[in-house]
Structures are given as C-alpha cells and as structure tokens.
Design a protein around this ligand. Sequence first.
Ligand code: ADP
Ligand code: MG
Length: 724
Amino acid sequence: MTNLRTIALKEAQNRTSPDVKSSFSKISDFFGQNVFDKKKMRDYLSKEVYEKLLSSIDQSTLLNSDDANQIAIAMKAWAMSHGATHYTHWFQPLTGTTAEKHDSFFEPSGDGPIEKFAGSALVQQEPDASSFPNGGIRNTFEARGYTAWDPSSPAFIMESKAGKTLCIPTVFVAYTGEALDFKAPLLKALAALDKAAVDVCHFFDRSITKVNASLGIEQEYFLVDESLFNARPDLALTGRTLFGHMSAKNQQLDDHYFGSIPERVFAYMVDFENEALKLGIPLKTRHNEVAPSQFECAPIYEEINLAIDHNQLLMDLMEKVAHRHHLRVLLHEKPYAGINGSGKHNNWSLITDTGKNLLAPGKTPKNNLMFLAFFVNTIKAVSEHADLLRASISSVSNDHRLGANEAPPAIISIFLGSQLNDVLDEIEHSRISKKIKEDNALWLGIPKIPQILLDNTDRNRTSPFAFTGNKFELRAVGSMSNSSSPMTILNAIMADQLTKFKTDVDKLIKKGDKKDIALLTVIKRYIKESKSVRFEGNGYSKEWEDEAATRGLANVKTTPKALDAYLTDKSLELFASTGVYSKREIHARHEIMLESFYKKLQIEARVMGEVANTFIIPAVVKYQNELIANVKGLNEVGVDSGIPLNIIKELTKHLEIVKTDIDAMLEERKVTNKIEDTRDKAIAYDEKVKSYFDSIRYHADKLEQIVDDSVWPLPKFRELLFMK
Ligand code: ADP
Ligand code: MG
C-alpha cells in the first residue's frame, strides 16, 4: 500500500505553474483599478458631496443621510460597472482574520427586480456575527454586533472567478458601542496621537494641523506544495509542523537568502502581487528570505490605518492565490523548528499634513530640536510602557520566536545606532545654560546630527525596536498577527507621552524659561530617565539577558504572563487618558487573548496525539515487524548478527517514550481543562501540557531517523523545504 506521503511526493514533483499573464505592460496602468479611490469618487460624485466626504475623512466628521445616500449610489454605480453583484462590510474581528458577509444589490420590486444600495446600508450594518470572540461583552440577549463604515479606508472590489464583491472597510462594535475588532481601538489611538502630536508640533511650527502615523509592513512567509501540506495533519490544522527531524541541509549555507527566486515561486509572487496592485496595495519588494522556502514582500509605506487594512487584505490574497498554484502559504511565526521563523516588521514614523516626517533629522539645528523632541519622546514612551508593547506582540505562535534565540528577544529594548546614541549622550551630559540669551549660542549646544545618517545607520537585526534613519522598526511583530494590536499600543503610548511632554514644557515656560530652553531641558531629563531601555549590543546573547535583568527590564517569555500588562493600573490609566479602551473592553480583550492562547495549544496537543497514535506508531510497528522477520530469517540461515535486534531495541525505546508521554499529556489535559480561571488555565496549558511537546517530538524525530524511509508516513523536512 502506498502512503499519502508517497502520493504527495509524486504530485508535488509533477507540478506546473498556471499561466500568469497581465494584459498591461506597466503597473501604473492597473494599480488601484479595483479601488473606489479619490479620483473615482470625484468622477462619480457631485463636487459638493465629494468635498464633504473628503472633510469627513480628514476631520472624522459624520456625513448626513442625504450625502451617505449619494455616496452609496455612486459606489454602487462604480462597482456594478465593474461587474460587482454583491457588497459586504469588511471587518477585522478578534479572530485575527478578516470577516465578510455578502448581500446582493438585487431586490425584487413591484416594477420588476432592481439593484439597490442605500446610504444606510453603506454606513451601518448589523451582521449579527454573534459567534466572534467578545470576551463577555455581548450577552446572547443583546448579541447584536454592528459594523460601521470607515471612510478613511476606501472601498474596493474583491474579484474571484465566480463573482465580484464590493467591500466596504468597517469597524465592528457591540450594541453598547464597545469595540469588538482591531480597527476601532486603532482609530481611537490615532485620534489621540493626532491631537497630542499637533500640540507638540506647535512649539515649532504653527502651520501643522494634522499628524498621522505611517506604516510600512514587511511580510515574511513560507511556501509549501499543496499535496505535501495536506499530507501533514499538523501543518493543515495548526499551521506548523509538530513533528519532523531537521533536514541535513537547512539554512547553514545562507544560500537561499536573496537567492534567485525559483520559477514556480516567482509565478506565484507575480500573481498575488498583480491582485494586490489592482487593490491599490503598493507592493514594491520581493525576495528570498534566510530559511529555505521562506520569502518576503513589502509595500511602500502608507497612512497607518490603510497600511494595516492592506496587510490584512494581502494575507487573504496570498492564501487565495496560493491555491491556484497548488501551493500553501504558511503565515505562522514558526512553521519549522530549527530554522528561522517569520516576522512582520512594522516600520513606523509620524508625518504631518505639511509633509514633514517628524522622525527625520532636519537640515538645520532648529529642525533638529523638533526631531529630537519626537525621537526622545518615542524612546521615553517605549521605556515607560515596554510591558504593554511586549503584551501587544504576544501570541501562542509568536512565543516560538520571542526569546527563542533568533528573533528579537522578549526583552523590549531600543537600538539607535552609534551616531544617535552619541548625540543623546552628549545632550545628557551637556549643560543647558539658562543665561543664554542669543538663540545662536543655544543651538550650538545641540549636537549636529550628521546628514549622512539616513544611508548610514547601523543595522541591528537582534533589536526588537530599532531606529533606521527616519523611522522606527518594530521587528518583534509576528508574521501572522494583525499589526493593529501593537500599533494601537505604540500610537497610544506615544499620544500619552507627547501630552505629558507638552505639560512638562509648558510648566517650565510658565516659570519663565525660554521655549527652546524649556524644550531642551525636558528632552534632557527624558534622555536620562529612559536610558535603561537603550541597547546597542547583541539582543540574542546571554549577556544581554543578564544585563537587562540588572537594568530592571522585564523579560516575560510567554503570552499568558505577558498579557498581564494590559491590566495594570498604569495601563488602565493610559487607556482611559487616550480613550483607546474602556475598562470593560480591555478586560474582555484580555480574556479573549488568553482563551485563544490555550485553545490553540489544546488543538496542537490533540493533533500531536492523533498523529503519533495513528501515523507514527503504526509506521514504527510495521518496520519493527519487518526487522523481527529479518532476525528470524537470519537465525534460520545461521547468521549471527546483532544489528537488526539492536535496531528493534532502539525503536522500542523511543516508541515507548512517545506513547507514555502522549498518554500522560492526555491525562494532564483532562486536569487542565477543568481549571475555571482563564489565566490559570492558559498558564497550565503552557507549563504543563505544552511541556510534553518537546519530549514527544524529540523521540518521534529519532524514530524518523531510524525507520525505513519508504514506510514513513509524513513528508519530511527536506521535502517540505526543498521541493522546488
Ligand atoms: P529594510 O532595509 O528594513 O528592508 P526598507 O527601506 O526596504 O528597509 O523599508 C522597509 C519598509 O519601511 C518599506 O515598507 C518602506 O516603505 C517602509 N518605510 C520607509 N520609510 C518609512 C517611513 N518614513 N515610515 C514608515 N515606513 C517607512
Ligand atoms: Mg526592514
């Protein structure tokens, strides 16, 4: 009998790529063709309504129902001219994926069927959607959930072979108005940031009226052949391999990184990129990553709310398009133990409506003070709320990266590069003379920031939060996660910090300090106070762990404990002052995250048991029986060899441990499942159930090394990683 692995290998070997053709010769010809962008809005709307829509986007004001009706009619006309028959509110529930519930435009009427789309249907929907995680916010008797239009992210048409759907980005909230999604809190954090940042900008430039965060998201992923994927229940059900001995060759030679892209992968990349570009996702970069079969794509950065919508949409597209190519995309942070995992670097900066990047050092010393204010406030914000930032990137799958000696460690620190590090040291130790009367003399006291900085910043791949010339890069975000989670926190702590900064500076000015001296005095104090979070060395080293401990920096390695940071008094105060989460919302979210954590471990434990019991053990027994027959045969012909017997003993040894551990893990799960408190349950799953995984896997992988290759049922790492 042939096993699934053999069939899968045969299928994988005979793959050809589908034709990927674009009818356009250049990207600018089709970029954004499926987006109801400003240009199309202008074409389809009256000038008056168009202007109202723009100001509603800029100032977050509400549109009246007449205007909403006109916009809905325009959107429908545009969507139908592209062949869309349905529309959906598109949202981001706390499951981590995107959600949609389609309705058709079609409606029967007295004069025959027509296509309709009212302003009320554009602005708000009640998809019910009562099965999404809500952490107790929605009791069943008031289980209504509403989606509400976010006009700052343009509507788009999702194409599939069978039909086209108009998608309207929305927030998802409960009947009580409490957020049930990722987008609503992000928008609140951005509003708080805008206000606080504009206030600080006014110390320097009164013409600035809006500050927005920008974000460029680098997305790492693995690809694997569909048949091989389907022959691995662990990959198919948990997104990662729970078993598998490392391939003899893996990433030792670094020969995959930036290597020539395999044809089949290239066809896939071009295909999903074209789909993404049609949806206005400005994908720019593609390359091979460090691990075999690992790749990366990155868009040009955008306004943050849009960048995150685009990343969520991109992940969805990548999965859909992979099917056309008989590939599966693995977005999990750690699909394969022993080689690099995947992240989603979040490149973040602050940009004003006058087009200035507040994290870009300026040409004149005066501009530099403005840069320094935002730069140092970022460091101070992260230093004050490092625990929250850590919490915001935690998940069961990202636990495999953080603190696991390859990805950024679980200790939050900031890398500045030697030049800026020196600049901050210099300010810290300089004397700010209050007697200085002439501005010029004061400016001499501010170190000059070299102009070559942008092209010349040192890179530190081991830092979770690194300054890279004109932006910070949060490198610790998991490849699978919704960036809103860390970006809500980053922008909220920044908003809070900037508000405090303004208060501190105003106090000194009130006391009689000149504005610039007041600014510099507070900056200097912040540099001192936030010093312990700065680290320029190797973040993966044991020495850093020790040093971080002496500096008092937290090093929380697992999710259930990291999540505690959401509920501290300090965090609750921050959420209240910025309006990002109510107490009830954050408690609900905390509960949801813990639940998701242990449920995912529960699934992994079950899959592990099933694969061990019904794939691995039977294969081992089969091979054992062959060896037993061999021993008997050798005896019959009078050959005295200990080899088959020794192999049998070796197999039996590992087999017994696998079986004993699987059974013990099952017992432990029964105990753990009875725990009522969600946090205790999550910790017990992590510390008591998951702790069996390593041993079970170790012995199963030993068996893989011994058992006859032709009876081994699961595609091996060398096949998953190297089949081209
Ligand atoms: P890397 O060397 O880290 O790959 P890149 O220059 O390719 O750096 O940038 C990575 C991402 O950062 C891209 O998405 C890019 O558009 C984005 N990026 C560049 N400048 C900014 C900025 N000011 N704000 C936010 N993102 C930015
Ligand atoms: Mg980068």
